[in-house]
Write a protein that binds this ligand. Structure first.
Ligand code: CA
Length: 291
């Protein structure tokens, strides 16, 4: 593995949710609390941002073109060329203190995304699945902070992080019906690593988990629960990661500045930045929304 590099010192307040668009060869990510969508093209180094006017939790490419985002309470399709924003569906309009957090598409093009309370209280959130016909089903209830979602290479297992549990859960996954079953603990993250945030997976079936307050992305074997590798990130609040680039060997890493004391920020000039590290293993792709 090569050493980690700073890509952009965006000083995001709550940089999150990186997503690789293999068709346009660009990286998307979000700054949740500053309500911004970020776009970066590694080929020409162009960086652009869009104000979303609401908290933005996650972003994915869309097969029809453009992107789909989760804003505070809804899934929205957006076209860059026409600037057309279309509401796909909403959740939890009766819970003004909740918002969407992390989300990702499965290999069949469904958009999975979960919610959390603004004050990070346990059990107030849920996990949803937006199908390609635009129907939304609630899949899990009593979630604290809905975060990383990933699948194994043959899509027979879904992995999921509720950060307040300090665990990565595994579920048997039926890709034809989007059904999860047989929950079990895949990885128990030690409390010294507080706490697991965003997650992605690689072609060997291993999990890459960003550690909030841990200055690291960690690679785990979900079959044994063992830690395999640690990538040190010069940002205490490391939030998420995704594989990008033509060979899916560029691991892009997001970070946050929110809530850090001035004395920590003084030592972390790149907190809130976007980082990249080249890996030996290839990542699994970011899937686009299929509806
Ligand atoms: Ca997160």
């Amino acid at each position: 593995m090569h050493s980690i590099q700073l890509v952009l010192n965006t000083k995001a307040e709550l940089g999150e949710g990186p997503s690789w668009d293999s068709r346009r060869k660009v990286l998307y990510w979000v700054d949740i609390t500053r309500q911004k969508l970020h776009l970066y093209n590694p080929t020409d180094k162009a960086h652009t941002t869009f104000d979303t006017g609401q908290y933005i939790g996650s972003v994915v490419p869309r097969k029809l073109g453009g992107i789909v985002m989760t804003l505070k309470h809804g899934f929205y399709a957006y076209e860059f060329e026409t600037k057309n924003m279309e509401l796909i569906g909403t959740v939890e309009l009766d819970k003004p203190n909740n918002r969407f957090n992390d989300g990702k598409c499965d290999a069949a093009g469904r958009f999975w995304a979960g919610t959390m309370g603004h004050d990070s209280r346990p059990n107030v959130g849920a996990l949803y699945c937006l199908d390609t016909d635009w129907s939304i089903k609630k899949v899990l209830d009593n979630i604290g902070i809905s975060n990383g979602i990933a699948w194994n290479p043959d899509n027979s297992i879904m992995y999921y992080i509720d950060s307040l549990t300090n665990k990565v859960m595994a579920y048997d996954y039926d890709l034809t019906t989007a059904t999860i079953s047989n929950p079990r603990v895949a990885v128990s993250i030690p409390h010294s690593f507080a706490f697991p945030d965003g997650m992605t997976s690689d072609e060997e079936g291993m999990l890459w988990v960003a550690i909030w307050n841990g200055s690291a992305v960690t690679r785990w074997n979900p079959k044994t629960g063992k830690l395999l590798e640690t990538v040190h990130v010069p940002a205490t609040r490391t939030t998420s990661c995704v594989f990008g680039g033509d060979d899916l060997q560029d691991l892009y890493i997001t970070s946050a500045r929110i809530g850090l004391e001035e004395k920590i920020l003084a030592k972390e000039p790149y907190a809130g930045g976007l980082f990249v590290v080249n890996t030996k293993v290839r990542g699994l792709p970011t899937y686009a929304f299929g509806g």
